[in-house]
Design a protein around this ligand. Structure first.
Ligand code: ZN
Ligand code: ZN
Length: 442
């Protein structure tokens, strides 16, 4: 085996730094980290072909979904139907610029850039139409955009908006709505087929300078897989962006160009600062109204909790619970659980680190679902515009609430879960020779 291919066959787990052999995970295999339980590699059978089919079909469905009305609304004899583009246009026309930008990013910009990058990248692997430099940029976009794809959240938001309106008007799904559902499912399918380590390995085969990665001799002397050794213990550093394992002295990854750190620099201070910002934003988000309804000349405002109580009093229990969970429970739980995890670094308890990592993973997974209420407000604002008769507009709490969600998502991203393993009492990870941890350096 050549040196270039051997170093490419090891990687470090993103969440606990344990070294794994990739040799056995070429096709149709999923490699789960034995130490922390996270999925390290998930390479699909005929992944390249399926990726191109799923992403091209998703783009086609977006064109189809944009061409016809999305939803129709009628009340007291007046009616109105809107397309997907109207969602953005009406919000911007009515001076809700930030909300309009948020919706256009969520529905069009992020998914389209993501899908087009996937199609170009995977096609270029086969036909060599792009140089590795450009391929690496496409992978960067794909990895960076993935957490911000929210079509499924938007879809649930649109359904909630319909149920909210159901009591005093008639709302109908139009043709585009069903095309949009298929678009959302195909995007989810594309995301599930992406494995960034697999993508990087397609780009870099045979191109990594071998003097900057662990040598064959060093690997065979030091690494014994399945024994829970971490990259850091052996003097290596795992690139958090592409998964390559490098010599500990490297500051920049030779494959993807990203800066490399044994642990994310200033991870905890960034997380804590973002949590404080999220908590501060959550106060006006609850204090001010998130939605204002004008009905036959009289105006009524509702706060986040007020909207939930109203739905409950109208008997829409499942929707009230969804909104309560997404808008109140998840943001609070996320701020508290990430704060607790930061606390665990300084004052670790006896609780198993695997459980803490599981809490972190759940926190990361559910965070974006808090956006439901923002999407509900946006859909209702665009749909319910019947002049004097009835109209809905976002309240002053909408932007602070969106900021809370974004800050908590960023806080989860900046938190480095490997820190928890470093502080685990009785862990095989604690090397007696290891120096006290310094976050800002290797
Ligand atoms: Zn792990
Ligand atoms: Zn890298």
């Amino acid at each position: 085996m050549s040196q270039a291919s051997l170093h490419d066959n090891i990687t470090a787990c993103d969440q606990c730094d344990t070294l794994h052999s990739l040799a056995a995970s070429e096709r149709g295999q999923r490699l789960r980290c034995a130490q922390c339980g996270c999925v390290v590699v998930n390479v699909h059978e005929q992944g390249a072909g399926r990726l191109v089919v799923a992403s091209c079909s998703a783009l086609f469905m977006l064109v189809f979904a944009s061409a016809f009305p999305f939803l129709s609304f009628s009340s007291s004899g007046a009616s109105r139907s809107v397309t997907l583009f109207d969602l953005v246009e009406v919000l911007i026309q009515q001076d809700f610029l930030v909300l309009g930008i948020l919706i256009s990013l969520a529905l069009f910009v992020f998914p389209v850039v993501y899908l087009v990058s996937v199609v170009f990248l995977v096609t270029s692997f086969r036909y060599a139409i792009l140089k590795p430099f450009f391929q690496s940029y496409f992978i960067r976009w794909i990895v960076a955009l993935q957490p911000w794809l929210m079509l499924d959240v938007f879809l649930i938001g649109a359904l909630v908006a319909l149920i909210k309106m159901d009591s005093f008007s008639e709302v109908r799904f139009d043709l585009s709505f069903f095309a949009f559902c298929v678009y959302a499912v195909l995007l989810l399918k594309t995301v599930s087929l992406i494995d960034r380590r697999w993508l990087w390995r397609q780009v870099s085969l045979g191109q990594v300078p071998v003097d900057q990665v662990p040598s064959n001799q060093m690997l065979s002397d030091k690494v014994s897989f399945n024994s829970g050794q971490t990259a850091r213990q052996l003097g290596f550093v795992g690139c958090h962006f592409c998964g390559l394992v490098l010599n500990g002295a490297e500051r920049r990854c030779v494959r993807c160009g990203h800066s490399v750190h044994s642990r994310r620099p200033h991870s905890l201070s960034s997380t804590i600062a973002l949590l404080v910002a999220a908590a501060v934003m959550f106060l006006p988000a609850n204090f001010f109204p998130i939605m204002q309804t004008t009905f036959l000349g009289s105006s009524e405002s509702s706060t986040l909790v007020g909207g939930v109580l109203l739905l409950w009093s109208l008997g829409s229990y499942p929707v009230a619970m969804v909104i309560f969970l997404a808008s109140v429970v998840i943001p609070i739980a996320k701020i508290l659980s990430l704060s607790w995890l930061c606390w665990q670094y300084y004052y670790p308890t006896e609780r198993e680190t695997r459980q803490k990592i599981r809490l972190y993973r759940i926190t990361e997974l559910v965070g974006r679902w808090s956006m439901i209420d923002i999407f509900v407000v946006a859909v209702l604002t665009v749909l319910v515009q019947l002049g004097e008769l009835v109209s809905i507009s976002p309240g002053p709490a909408a932007l602070p609430f969106a900021a809370t969600v974004v800050f908590t998502m960023l806080a989860a991203m900046t938190f480095d879960p490997r820190l928890l393993w470093d502080k685990t009492a009785n862990s095989s990870y604690l090397d007696s020779a290891e120096k006290p941890y310094d976050e800002a350096c290797h």
